[in-house]
Design a protein. Structure first.
Length: 103
């Protein structure tokens, strides 16, 4: 989720060729750019709050630095939970928009 140009998503597709890899991003430009690079990935233009995927489809979900770009980053969590398998895992890798101030 938040695949952008698809660089990391393409890496997953190369590492796990027998697995369905889906790249998701809300920006049409990013998805078009990513889709031009490989057909080994299913590309989907969508917001995390409105994923058009089957319930419990994913066994592993990875979200790269995209949460900080959302007005309310928690709104997508119920939808991400819905599409993740009951024994699935979701990894959210994000960074703070500014470093914490030392006390």
């Amino acid at each position: 989720m938040g695949c952008g140009t698809g660089r990391l998503t393409r890496s997953y597709a190369c590492l796990y060729p027998a697995v369905l890899v889906i790249g998701i991003d809300p920006c049409a430009e990013m998805i078009n750019h990513a889709a031009a690079s490989t057909t080994a990935v299913r590309w989907l233009q969508a917001r995390a709050e409105q994923l058009r995927l089957s319930k419990h489809l994913l066994s592993l979900g990875v979200s790269t630095p995209s949460l900080r770009r959302r007005q309310n980053p928690h709104q997508g969590q119920p939808e991400i939970s819905r599409i993740t398998a009951l024994d699935g895992t979701v990894v959210i890798a994000d960074a703070l928009s500014s470093p914490p101030t030392p006390r």
